[in-house]
Write a new protein. Structure first.
Length: 290
């Protein structure tokens, strides 16, 4: 009887999670597998996609300086957006956590409100704001800071600004979840022992919110590296990222295998960077808390 009950207890978690696991396999794993298989297919301008398999698509992407520049540009974009999101989101979350209700709820709603709006609508709004005749350039010229419009649309600067606005709420949510677990009495104890607010933040608060900062950074980096709508609308056709390059191969030249190989390489690079950063951060956290 005991063995039968143990077998049932071991099977029960699998039975309970099987619907979600099946949904995951159907909606995510199967499309990824099909994309991976497509990336090895041979493409001909005359006959289209062939039934034979080859590594030529991956070799073409890895060895071509054109695609190398696109991957480096995408990495720089993701790093810049992640750093800006951390610099803006962490202090913003700390201030929100110290606000009193109902102001805290209202301000948190304002910060997270952009998530309720389509990313395309937000990006179009930034395109209007950053244009040569947009609100930002008009304000700079009215204040006498600049004598002529600053070109922000179709530039990397404009893409970074728009993507940071889109992704800062993810950083705020990650740090907010960590701050809710922080005991304020620990911070008050440090202040009562004569430490300055800066030292209390650096030695008490910051080490405890680092896991939230790391989680938010991983989310922001992954989303910004694979973003399509914002780089396509703000960056235009000339300022290509990996996502827009894959899109062009799929719908522009109709070279689906090459586009699939670009997408798979982006996925591999994203996973490798995220897992590497997580591993380094875990070792760092062990050093901090030991």
């Amino acid at each position: 009887m005991a063995t039968l009950e143990n077998d049932r207890a071991g099977v029960a978690p699998w039975l309970l999670s099987s619907p979600a696991l099946l949904l995951f396999v159907v909606l995510l794993f199967v499309p990824l597998l099909l994309t991976l298989m497509l990336s090895f297919k041979v493409f001909s301008d005359v006959n289209g996609i062939q039934t034979t398999y080859t590594l030529a698509n991956y070799v073409a992407v890895v060895t071509d300086p054109y695609y190398g520049a696109i991957f480096l540009r995408t990495a720089g974009l993701a790093i810049a957006v992640t750093l800006l999101s951390a610099l803006l989101g962490v202090p913003e979350t700390i201030v929100l956590a110290r606000m009193r209700k109902p102001w805290q709820s209202w301000c948190l709603l304002v910060v997270l409100g952009p998530l309720l709006i389509s990313v395309v609508v937000r990006t179009l709004g930034w395109q209007i704001l950053l244009g040569n005749n947009g609100l930002l350039n008009n304000a700079l010229q009215a204040l006498g800071i600049t004598s002529e419009p600053i070109r922000l649309v179709f530039t990397m600067t404009g893409v970074i600004i728009a993507l940071t606005h889109v992704l800062v709420p993810f950083m705020v949510m990650s740090v907010w979840a960590t701050l809710q677990k922080l005991d304020p009495q620990v911070e008050w104890a440090g202040l009562s022992l004569g430490a300055s607010p800066f030292h209390v933040f650096r030695r008490v608060v910051l080490p405890q919110i680092l896991p939230g900062v790391l989680s938010g950074s991983i989310i922001v980096f992954a989303l910004s590296a694979s973003a399509f709508a914002t780089p396509a609308l703000i960056g235009g056709r000339r300022l290509k990222t990996v996502a827009t390059a894959a899109y062009d191969e799929f719908l522009g030249s109709l070279n689906w295998p090459l586009g699939a190989s670009i997408a798979i390489l982006l996925l591999i690079a994203n996973v490798a960077i995220v897992m590497g950063c997580s591993r380094l951060a875990e070792q760092r956290f062990k050093h901090i808390f030991e």
